[in-house]
Design a protein around this ligand. Structure first.
Ligand code: SF4
Ligand code: FES
Length: 247
């Protein structure tokens, strides 16, 4: 395949960015999107041009490090992470626009790399679990209903990639936050700090500059782990219960 790439280039957080256009040839449909960018960077380096900065780590859809806005869609046209997106999802001759996540709380560091440490600070604000869960055999002594165990496991699959924020017109992180609050809130071990956790995490979310949810649903549609939209309802419910308990 031969592709035209319109890529956002920006030298640093305070520099003025802009799109540059490049072409890549001989792209196999079996390549991943990041391998295609690796190929571009090798070509750029050979021509003495600064390679395009982008983030990745596991390249297996596990770590949440990668994340690009691809032709206006967070992680591109498939429900997957950018590293698991393959070039067979594109056509020969296509023009692809590649941008970093766009959100006030995720400032651009360089080119396609953004600072997502706001998510780390939200997790930190949630604090720790004070319940002593004991050794491995003790785990079986605490019964957890299957429905709750499944819900907890499913929401724990959030990899913190930030696609939900990038896709949301309000740059809200409430799907991420809802996933984190739900996965602990469903378990007996997560009850001791349940109220303080949700209050503190929501306060940090707002402090970081993420917007509020207005039920648009782009977040869940873009989530590579298919975190359901109703975790936001759970988040709001937990917040109301916590606020009532504080009165
Ligand atoms: S909720 Fe989904 S889109 Fe948002 S950070 Fe978690 S995995 Fe990524
Ligand atoms: S590089 Fe780890 S999820 Fe994509």
């Amino acid at each position: 395949m031969r592709l035209t790439l319109k890529i956002w280039r920006q030298d640093g957080p305070d520099a003025t960015g802009g799109f540059e256009t490049y072409t890549v040839d001989d792209i196999s449909e079996d390549m991943s999107f990041l391998e295609m960018l690796d190929e571009l960077n090798e070509n750029l380096q050979a021509r003495g041009i600064e390679p395009v900065a982008f983030d990745s780590d596991c390249r297996e859809g596990i770590c949440g490090t990668c994340g690009l806005m691809i032709s206006g869609l967070a992680h591109g046209p498939e429900v997957t992470t950018t590293c698991q997106l393959h070039m067979r999802s594109f056509s020969d001759g296509e023009e692809i626009t590649i941008e970093p996540w766009r959100a006030h709380a995720f400032p651009v560091i360089r080119d396609l790399v953004v600072d997502r440490s706001a998510f780390d600070r939200i997790i930190q604000a949630g604090g720790f679990i004070s319940v002593d869960t004991g050794a491995a055999p003790d785990a079986a002594a605490t019964p957890v209903p299957k429905v709750q165990a499944d819900r907890s496991f499913d929401t724990a699959t959030c990899i913190g990639c930030g696609a939900c924020v990038a896709a949301c017109p309000n740059a809200s992180a409430m799907l991420f936050l809802g996933a984190k609050v739900t996965h602990l809130g469903e378990l007996p071990q997560g009850q001791a700090e349940r109220n303080s956790r949700v209050v503190d995490m929501v306060a940090q979310h707002d402090h970081e500059g993420f917007g509020g949810c207005t039920n648009i649903g782009e977040c869940a549609a873009s989530c590579p782990k298919e975190i359901p939209l109703d975790v936001i309802s759970q988040l709001n419910k937990d917040l109301r219960v916590a606020a009532r308990a504080r009165r």
